[in-house]
Design a binder for this molecule. Structure first.
Ligand SMILES: Cc1ncc(COP(=O)(O)O)c(C=O)c1O
Length: 391
């Protein structure tokens, strides 16, 4: 993989003068985030590949110490194994196709699978056999999360007890997992889930291979206060208090990569307070509307310095669809014009991974910028003081 590297975003623009969108990876920022998780989580940290499967992301994470991956499909498994042959993969999707299960086990040697239903356990036993670790996923309340994954997956505590016993009875290795929901800002959600896990484990009376506390850790979108170290400390303290003494795993996606990527857009037309840009909701920005996120931005003039005061602009994406508009405006200097660029921060999670290519607009160019990403905090403060109203 040949990735162009630059010392700064400005130098990249001067060199490329891009009229196409550019996805910017800041490897040093990702490495720093990996250190926070590894230093403060009392167990092994996996990465949820779905969040951003770009090879540069996977390689950066692996190099920084993430050696195990939550993979949810055969393409994710094969991608990780092709790129990082020494990586461990866990098949952490509660519903798997028979063909995917067979190939995952026979070709890639996977032995860790998630279930939330006895029929899925039957399927795994038929296809993989009993030499497998089966993690039973229980549902959480979804409190504090933007995306409540428990509306789709996870059993009740009582059913988790029965499933764990069933796993053990079949001679497979039981494990337990939950996901508090993505972009979860309430650390109490983890606390509650850990206490529930303890109860389930005691009632089941089986020895666990591990407890996987999932992902869900939040990103500091504008107006969202995040203290990741403090969250991890609460989790660590709860683990100690409740005497959860089996190996622990977590599998964050968003929090590991979100601030380590940005997206560079170009303004292709200005009509009054509206900007037509070259990325939108069918590209990397779909989650911005779904999650009602307000994004930090900074702008660069093309061949000139922007001097205007920050002003809220309505943002239309590049496709012909009228739905391709952002619900929240971008704050950029009021003298912005066609040809100028806008860099959107906090773009690492569920961005490239969700881009559809609709209408032929594909974000293909991925570059690396070395060094710390210093502009984000200031952009957040400006956006917060402007009190952008989403409604
Ligand atoms: C099973 C599982 N683990 C981990 C994640 C990553 O979650 P997040 O990006 O919120 O950390 C997801 C996200 O959908 C998931 O479904």
């Amino acid at each position: 993989m040949k990735i162009q590297r630059f010392p700064s975003v400005r130098s990249m623009m001067d060199q490329l003068d891009p009229s196409y969108p550019i996805f910017v990876v800041w490897p040093d920022v990702i490495r720093a985030k990996v250190s926070v998780f590894i230093d403060h989580f009392p167990g092994e940290v996996l990465y949820a590949v779905k969040c951003n499967p770009h090879p540069l992301i996977l390689e950066t994470l692996f190099g920084a110490g993430i050696h195990s991956f939550d993979t949810a499909s055969l393409p994710e498994i094969s991608q990780v194994r092709d790129l990082l042959p020494d990586a461990n993969c866990y098949f952490n999707h509660p519903v798997k196709g028979r063909g995917a299960l067979e190939t995952a086990a026979d070709v890639y040697g996977l032995a860790d699978f998630v279930i939330d239903d006895a029929k899925e356990l039957d399927k795994i036993e038929q296809i993989v056999g009993t030499d497998a670790t089966i993690s039973v996923r229980f549902a959480t309340g979804g409190t504090g999360a933007v995306f409540d994954l428990s509306t789709k997956f996870g059993v009740s505590a009582a059913d988790a007890v029965r499933l764990l016993q069933d796993v053990a009875r079949r001679g497979m290795r039981p494990a337990l997992t939950f996901h508090v929901g993505s972009q979860c800002i309430d650390v109490e959600a983890y606390r509650t889930a850990l206490v529930t896990a303890k109860t389930i484990i005691e009632k089941a009376g089986v020895e666990l291979a591990y407890l996987d506390i999932g992902g869900g850790f939040p990103a500091p979108y504008t107006g969202v206060r995040v203290d990741l170290e403090a969250m991890l400390k609460v989790i660590s303290d709860t683990v100690t208090e409740t005497a959860l003494d089996m190996p622990l795993l977590c599998e964050p996606g968003r929090a590991l990569v979100v601030d380590g990527c940005s997206l560079l857009l170009q303004v292709h037309l200005r009509k009054g307070d509206t900007l037509y840009v070259n990325e939108g909701i069918y590209g990397c920005l779909s989650e911005v509307n779904i999650g009602k996120f307000i994004m930090p931005t900074r702008a660069f003039g093309r061949g000139r310095t922007l001097k205007g005061d920050p002003k809220a602009f309505r943002i239309f994406g590049p496709t012909c669809d009228n739905l391709d508009v952002l619900d929240s405006p971008f704050l950029v200097p009021d003298d912005i014009q066609e040809g100028d660029w806008i860099e959107v921060g906090l773009m690492g999670a569920y961005s490239l991974a969700l881009a559809s290519g609709f209408n032929g607009f594909v974000t293909e160019t991925v570059v690396a910028v070395d060094g710390p990403c210093r502009w984000l905090d200031e952009a957040q403060q400006i956006a917060e003081s402007a009190e952008i109203n989403l409604e």
